[in-house]
Ligand binder design. Structure first.
Ligand code: SAM
Length: 233
């Protein structure tokens, strides 16, 4: 009954405001040296996902509005804002959104052509508005299938043109790895991880009037993420 209903949603939020914040802010910081091998591998994998998304966005983003749902420490938001996009960045965790704000200030210092993003602590289900592009990277791993389709549909309904989403794909191989991982739990398995079948994500996009036009995949030893770009048809 706790499948990302009230309890699990609260626990994801709590985790990313406390222990998870401390863990992930280091993983998502190239300069932080106190990370172990696994965390370093995840950092590198995640950076590849961000690079793919940035390449799809392109360089000229003047006036383009973007919603970055579950922005974390701003890994996507910041480079987009430096390229001139007007980004609404939100995260269920207030410390994450604040950290993203600090990192933006540091990155934008002395640079021309950046647009100050709007940072907000908000659950993506409570987001509203209309944006050229809605991005949601590596967030769906926290939600079971029963919840994922509704969340993707809601995000897609806010996108005028395009949706960029990444998730851990459910394939026999990754399901196996995940099971093995569960047999030998690491120090802290603070949140559950959910894999999603690509066709389930695609179905949620299609039902909101989108068509998938680009697909890519990043896989390192401990990080795997499928990324899709979908446009309104
Ligand atoms: N998208 C960022 C990136 O790729 O750098 C962060 C990815 S991180 C693995 C997952 C993020 O999703 C965390 O910052 C977490 O707080 C956030 N998150 C989880 N559930 C959320 C929800 N329901 N609404 C908004 N943010 C959420």
């Amino acid at each position: 009954a706790d499948e990302a209903g009230g309890d699990e949603l609260r626990s994801v939020g709590d985790y990313f405001s406390g222990e998870g914040f401390q863990r992930w802010r280091r993983i998502y910081d190239d300069e932080a040296e106190d990370v172990n091998k696994v965390q370093k591998d995840i950092r590198e994998g995640h950076a590849k996902t961000i690079d793919i998304a940035l390449e799809w966005f392109g360089q000229d983003l003047d006036g383009v509005t973007v919603c970055d749902a579950g922005c974390g420490t701003g890994s996507l938001t910041i480079p987009l804002a430096l390229r001139g996009a007007q980004v609404s960045a939100s995260d269920i965790s207030a410390p994450m959104a604040e950290e993203a704000g600090r990192r933006y200030e540091a990155a934008a210092q002395g640079r021309q052509g950046c647009v100050q993003p709007n940072f907000e602590a908000k659950d993506l289900e409570r987001l509203s508005g209309s944006y050229d592009t809605v991005a949601c990277l590596d967030v769906m791993i926290h939600y079971p299938d029963s919840k994922m389709e509704g969340m993707v549909g809601h995000l897609a309904s806010m996108a005028q043109n395009r949706m960029i989403i990444s998730f851990a794909p459910k394939t026999p191989y990754y399901s196996f790895l995940k099971r093995v991982g569960e047999l030998f739990p690491g120090k802290s398995k603070a949140t559950r991880a959910y894999l999603h079948a690509e066709e389930d994500v695609e179905r949620a996009l299609v039902s909101e009037g989108f068509r998938v036009v680009k697909r890519d995949m990043t896989a390192t030893n401990f990080y795997f993420s499928r990324i899709l770009e979908a446009v309104r048809v």
